[in-house]
Design a protein. Structure first.
Length: 387
């Protein structure tokens, strides 16, 4: 599945997956919505990912506004470059996480409201409850992970179906007023989307053409967004998590999948660094689930990082895979895009191997790249421009 991303130049890029939000200057703002049924541990996952301390019972007490927090994307490359340059400041790439109230099946009107609440997210995280806890009752009275996953998937599909049905009603009126190429594409596409959704299939599986994808991009269909299915287990289930059916569901529905013990990870995050190392060794854990999860969220959106380095700051900048150097420069500042001359570029690995920019130049690894150069993950760039 491809989408078209438009930056301020009008240049079109085709990427996979869909859903990145861009400002008019090309600055990427990544938002990920955490969804699920009530009592699934969504807010605990949110607290873990964002290192927040939100009351986990706030939604049960009647709160409806989402919890929102900005998260730094873990990147050892930023840390190592900082060790080398010793700048006044280091800046990681960032993701915005939003934790929404638990979804309840209350008919089409409620689902439609749910759709409006999360439609601006670039990706979804569905926290599916695996853990058993008598003090935190499951909404249906029994923990049923596969059933919960199917319920949420159907809610997303139904929300999109409601929009498609409404759009079909309005299309004929608009076509009677004036026929345009986009409206004609929609008129052909919408009945096929309706049939696809009525068969309870998500739009992430629909074979959109590039033109079709462009036409519906602004509708932000929920079942078209990348989705990570999180199996939220308890500590006793970690050694042999009962997630086989859920993992198979994720595979069959083209979803990312991760097992996470949110409550235990929260405890770990509050330990000292030495205590964490001891704990990880004891449990045979190589890396924090939090760090793995955040990197996965970054990667499923087709995002990469390039770096600017110096004595003042080492910074990771976010662009979509396939971005040309001139437009990557625009992420830093519009003037750099407008007056772009060239980019002095070296790969992160070549820089680390050389040990310094002086050595990079001596080895001939510093490249002069033009406007159409495709930025690679880990590129260290120095933009030359004139305005």
């Amino acid at each position: 599945m491809k989408i078209n991303i438009f930056l301020d130049s009008g240049k079109v890029f085709n990427y996979k997956p869909s859903g990145i939000s861009c400002s008019i200057k090309g600055l990427i703002k990544v938002k990920i919505a955490i969804i699920g049924l009530p009592q699934s541990g969504k807010t605990t996952v949110f607290n873990l990912l964002t290192e927040s301390n939100v009351d986990t019972s706030s939604f049960s007490a009647g709160k409806t506004a989402p919890n929102i927090s900005v998260v730094k994307v873990p990147d050892k490359r930023v840390d190592l470059l900082t060790d080398i340059y010793k700048p006044k400041k280091k800046t990681y790439a960032e993701i915005v996480f939003e934790d929404f109230v638990g979804i309840k099946k209350e008919g089409k009107k409620k689902v439609s409201l749910f759709s409006e609440a999360v439609k601006q997210a670039d990706a979804l995280v569905h926290v599916c409850r695996i853990f058993e806890n008598d003090t935190v009752p499951h909404p249906s009275g029994k923990v049923c992970p596969l059933g919960d996953a199917e319920t949420i998937e159907l809610e997303l599909i139904l929300a999109d179906l409601i929009h498609v049905e409404n759009r079909l009603e309005r299309l004929q009126i608009e076509l009677n007023r004036k026929k345009t190429p986009d409206l004609e594409i929609e008129a052909d596409l919408m009945p096929r989307l309706k049939e696809h959704l009525e068969s309870e299939k998500p739009l992430r599986d629909f074979p959109f053409t590039e033109l079709e994808d462009k036409v519906v991009r602004g509708y932000c269909y929920l079942s078209k967004k990348p989705l990570i299915l999180v199996a939220n287990v308890d500590e006793n289930q970690l050694s042999d998590p009962p997630v086989k059916a859920l993992e198979e569901f994720a595979k069959n529905n083209n979803l990312e999948f991760q097992v996470l013990c949110a409550s235990l990870e929260m405890e770990i995050s509050q330990m000292s660094e030495e205590e964490q190392k001891t704990f990880f060794t004891e449990y045979g854990i190589e890396k924090s689930a939090r760090d793995i999860f955040i990197r996965k969220a970054y990667e499923i959106l087709g995002l990469i990082s390039f770096f600017t380095v110096g004595d003042d700051e080492v910074k990771a900048w976010t662009v979509i895979k396939g971005t040309e150097a001139m437009f990557a420069a625009g992420v830093i500042h519009s003037d750099l895009q407008r007056g772009f001359i060239r980019s002095e570029t070296v790969s992160y690995n070549d820089f680390i191997e050389a040990g310094s920019m002086v050595k990079v130049k001596e080895k001939g690894h510093l490249r002069q790249e033009g406007k159409t150069y495709i930025v690679q993950d880990g590129d260290i760039m120095n933009i030359k421009f004139n305005v």
